[in-house]
Write a protein that binds this ligand. Structure first.
Ligand SMILES: Nc1nc2c(c(=O)[nH]1)N[C@H]1C(S)=C(S)[C@@H](COP(=O)(O)OP(=O)(O)OC[C@H]3O[C@@H](n4cnc5c(=O)[nH]c(N)nc54)[C@H](O)[C@@H]3O)O[C@H]1N2
Ligand SMILES: Nc1nc2c(c(=O)[nH]1)N[C@H]1C(S)=C(S)[C@@H](COP(=O)(O)OP(=O)(O)OC[C@H]3O[C@@H](n4cnc5c(=O)[nH]c(N)nc54)[C@H](O)[C@@H]3O)O[C@H]1N2
Ligand code: SF4
Ligand SMILES: [Mo]
Length: 858
């Protein structure tokens, strides 16, 4: 089997992957991001490349169409709208999951040929505050950090980052560094306890949006304790006095932390030279996100802790090509190649290079405003590429209605059924990971190749080609006559050379003579280049700028809703949701709630909670845990209307944005919560895809088909009809068992002696082993035995999955621990858990602690 050297399509760590057409997936030992490691999502890539659910042919109004018909229609509708209503009447909404080449072409079409800047992307929801904060501080959107800095630091501060789950390989690099050098100190600043907290020496359970109060407090402390690097500041930084004056107006207590916690953190920071501050969505996705970024940058600038090994701020990027998108300028307020949209010299240079008929001169619509313009009827044609805004935007139900309100909607996706595709007039099938070629830039500015190792399925085409085909049909063919992504990359590098006289950080000259086919992972402007090492920044006087920021007044709300990610799912689950191995880690939409709040609401384990805001409502399973603080809830963003009836958490979030970056505040919103009391709770395992309409339903893939967690608002008159309806199984023989004393219903459907569906319902949350029930589907277990809901003593219930790589369940692990496996290594030896990708190690550690067993030193 020949293996192709490519890059993982998930997070911004950008791990190198060796992949084969037979589904072989290995970490690339030569890639400097991961040196052979992969996390659970990367390791399961082989399971997500099947064609199940793929969009294989263009569709127009729900009917299969050929490419010419679809592309002609798209071009005609966009051209007609531009002719009739002007260039601002059309919009693109794209994605940090596009390859650089795709992104470059989409941006070029909109800004140089359509002549508007109405191209925004999901990076607005992700990195906009970091971009804005960097620009205010440095004059450019420069990420100065490298992964090696993390290994060289003496103190790593995580702010609003759950690195253990969201950038697992980077987290493992840090864990390895700490193991080798236990003096490395780690602080985790997060309103909840997460898997990342396990590595931390100090967890600061901050109030939501308490970050500015905290970092302003730190700046004040640095000033008062004479820890500023005044010589550095004098030559390299402006604005320190004003920033300190503003910081003094903050009260550290507004961070929600005790005086002792504050003092401990301040002194650790002040007395450690090599500090790296890693930050992510807990910082960016806030109504004061840009100010949070600058509050952090201020502390690094005031101490000169930037531009040197083992220190500096580090905004880790989420999507595989969040950085590439920023580089090509694919947002409504950027031009191309880190040039300024409102700078007439930059506009002219780009237009000259593109030889384009026009160039945008004004900022376009940013994500929230873009969908508002759709709602207001201002957008007549909308093209959504590689993103699922009907799920991922705040006020997702409002956004879905806004999309439905646009007269002509096109989507490019690899999957057929998504919440956004369901609203589109035209679906264009894109080639996905493994089928397409291009480049991505990871969090440390390293450009790596994604390479195809599979043939394009059906009539799918690469995104760059689809966009160029439409551009051609709109009359711009000559400027979009690319034959390969290498042509586009070469043009992008040539544009960079053509504008090299403008002072910018971006410099792609290292790629000028690169051979695209054999390109090895390379950082711009050069490998091991250290930005700001000479103390020079990109404001006109060459200095950095400290920004005065003020802590927000935090609203008093009954519940603040925090949202984020799970270890084994990627965003709206269109790909990871296909993997039976990834499903069981957390198989349904849930809400974390503090035990005190749960008991105040009258919720117990397994209860459902209706969470409501003025935008919408959800019904979620309670996960009662002191990991969240009182008065706060946490719910994951992943579930959509495809798997759930009321599990889309962005139905609740508000389209409130940061005034500087326009990034939505997705991490805190006011919600109310109450126990949802259904008439019955149910669990269904089936070899067919269930189609439930019940108030609560959550479908997940299993090794034997599907499972559904259910809850009904009405007791069915005819349970058999209900179960046939839920499971979609009209055939087969039904056996059932009803217990009138407890109100429990058990039902099995078998066909030709093989179990096809099993259903359990009860007025209380259903207590059966999901793993066991699922494993009985497709077997010849006699119905009565299956209805007992228990496996034989020779097949003990493994419990909820902890290790996805080897499918090791909680009960198996507890048994191993009880049997003497008292350390991670021993657990690994006994069960294999944690010995492949290692993503579950934080949970294994927690499990060992929970089992109250001493952890042996490893
Ligand atoms: N498994 C997995 N990994 C992913 C992704 C995925 O979908 N699944 N997506 C990728 C993408 S695109 C992104 S952007 C990254 C995101 O990566 P992260 O930003 O690490 O992930 P999140 O879970 O969104 O949020 C991080 C933390 O912010 C905390 N937080 C909330 N409010 C505040 C606050 O006011 N202050 C502070 N200090 N913290 C707060 C939350 O409790 C949460 O633990 O992950 C990437 N990696
Ligand atoms: N409440 C809440 N909401 C959030 C967040 C949060 O923390 N909380 N995080 C936000 C962040 S940081 C992000 S990045 C967004 C992510 O949100 P989205 O971008 O909406 O989520 P994805 O599921 O990654 O959507 C990618 C889509 O592209 C498709 N696709 C995959 N590969 C290709 C390809 O090669 N070509 C094409 N054309 N399509 C492809 C997939 O099938 C999928 O439909 O969510 C944001 N929304
Ligand atoms: S850490 Fe995991 S998801 Fe991120 S790039 Fe590496 S293998 Fe992919
Ligand atoms: Mo993101």
């Amino acid at each position: 089997m020949t293996l192709t050297r490519t890059t993982c399509p998930y997070c911004g760590v950008g791990c190198g992957v060796l992949a084969g057409a037979d589904g072989t997936i290995k970490g690339d030992p030569n890639h400097p991001a991961n040196f052979g490691r992969l996390c659970s999502k990367g390791a399961a890539l082989g399971e997500t490349i099947d064609l199940d659910g793929r969009l294989l042919h263009p569709k127009v109004n729900g009917q299969q169409a050929d490419w010419d018909t679809a592309l002609d229609l798209v071009a005609a509708k966009f051209s007609a709208s531009i002719a009739e209503h002007g260039p601002d009447s059309v919009a693109f909404y794209a994605s940090g999951q596009l390859l650089t080449e795709d992104y470059y072409v989409a941006n070029k079409l909109m800004k140089g040929f359509i002549g508007a800047a109405n191209i925004d992307t999901n990076s607005r929801l992700c990195m906009a505050s970091s971009v804005a904060g960097h620009k205010r501080a440095f004059g450019t959107d420069t990420v100065p950090g490298t992964y090696e800095d993390l290994e060289q630091a003496d103190l790593i501060v995580f702010v609003g980052s759950n690195l253990a789950w969201c950038h697992p390989v980077l987290y493992q690099r840090i864990a390895a560094a700490k193991e080798a050098r236990p003096t490395l100190r780690i602080v985790n600043i997060d309103p909840r306890r997460t898997a990342t907290t396990d590595l931390a020496d100090m967890h600061l359970q901050i109030a939501p949006d308490g970050d500015i109060a905290l970092f302003n407090g730190l700046l004040t402390h640095l000033a008062d304790a004479h820890k500023l690097d005044k010589a550095y500041v004098k030559t390299h930084v402006n604005g320190m006095e004003a920033a300190i004056a503003a910081a003094r107006t903050s009260d550290g207590a507004d961070s929600g932390l005790t005086a002792q916690e504050l003092a401990g953190f301040f002194s650790l920071w002040a007395n450690t030279n090599k500090v790296v501050t890693i930050y992510s969505q807990g910082v960016n996705q806030s109504a004061c996100g840009t100010d949070k970024v600058n509050a952090i940058l201020n502390c690094h600038l005031a101490t000169g802790r930037i531009g040197r090994p083992g220190m500096g701020p580090f905004s880790v990027t989420g999507q595989p090509n969040a950085m590439g998108g920023r580089e090509v300028g694919g947002l409504a307020n950027m031009l191309a190649n880190h040039l300024e949209l409102d700078n007439t010299d930059h506009q002219r240079a780009v237009q000259d290079f593109w030889e384009s008929p026009t160039i945008c001169t004004q900022t376009g619509l940013k994500a929230v405003d873009l969908f508002q313009a759709c709602a207001d009827g201002k957008i007549k044609a909308l093209w959504i590429i590689s993103t699922n805004p009907a799920v991922s935007m705040p006020d997702a139900d409002g956004v879905a209605a806004a999309i439905a309100n646009v007269p002509f909607v096109v989507t490019s996706d690899i999957m057929e059924k998504t919440d956004t595709n369901d609203l589109a007039d035209v679906l264009l099938p894109a080639t996905g990971w493994g089928e397409k070629d291009g480049t991505v830039t990871n969090s440390e500015r390293r450009i790596s190749r994604q390479r195809a190792f599979l043939a394009a399925p059906g009539s799918a085409r690469p995104d760059w080609q689809i966009i160029s085909d439409v551009a051609g049909r709109m009359g711009f063919g000559e400027s979009f006559a690319y034959q390969t992504p290498a042509d586009i990359f070469a043009e992008y590098v040539a544009l960079d050379a053509a504008v090299s006289h403008f002072p910018r950080d971006l410099d792609l000259s290292i790629f000028a003579d690169a051979d695209y086919a054999t390109l090895i992972p390379t950082q711009w402007p050069a490998n091991d280049h250290r930005f700001f090492a000479d103390g020079r920044f990109y404001h006109p006087d060459g200095k950095a700028q400290m920004i005065p920021v003020q802590a927000p007044v935090l609203p008093k709300v009954r519940f603040a809703l925090n949202t984020g990610r799970n270890r084994d799912q990627w965003h709206t689950m269109t790909r990871t949701g296909k993997s039976a191995r990834l499903g069981p880690h957390l198989a349904e939409p849930y809400v974390e709630i503090h035990p005190a709040d749960a008991s105040a609401l009258g919720a117990s384990a397994g209860s459902l909670i209706a969470v409501e805001s003025i935008y919408g409502c959800t019904i979620l399973r309670t996960l009662i845990t002191p990991r969240v603080a009182k008065g706060q809830l946490f719910a994951p963003m992943h579930w959509t209307r495809q798997q759930t009836t009321h599990g889309t958490v962005n139905s609740l979030t508000a389209p409130v944005t940061d005034p500087v970056s326009s990034q939505p505040a997705l991490k805190s919103g006011a919600v109310s919560a109450a126990v949802y009391q259904p008439k019955w709770y149910g669990f269904l395992a089936s070899n067919t895809l269930p189609a439930p309409q019940t108030p609560y339903a959550a479908i997940a893939r299993t090794q034997t088909g599907w499972q559904a967690e259910l809850a009904g608002g009405k007791t069915p008159l005819d349970w058999e009809a209900e179960v046939r309806n839920l499971s979609g199984q009209t055939q087969g023989e039904v056996s059932s068992h009803t217990d009138p004393a407890t109100g429990t219903i058990r039902m099995a459907i078998a066909q030709d002696g093989l179990m096809t569906a099993l259903f359990f319902a009860s007025p209380r949350p259903v207590v059966v082993s999901r793993n066991t029930i699922v494993s009985l589907i497709g077997t010849d277990t006699p119905p009565l035995a299956a209805l007992a809901g228990r496996s034989g003593s020779d097949q003990p219930d493994a419990g909820a999955t902890v290790c996805a790589c080897f499918n090791v369940g909680r009960n198996t692990l507890l048994a191993a621990a009880a049997g003497g496996a008292h350390s991670l290594a021993a657990l690994g030896e006994a069960t294999c858990a944690g010995t492949n990708c290692g993503s579950c190690k934080p949970e294994l550690t927690a499990l060992l602690a929970e089992a109250s067993l001493p952890m042996a030193a490893e």
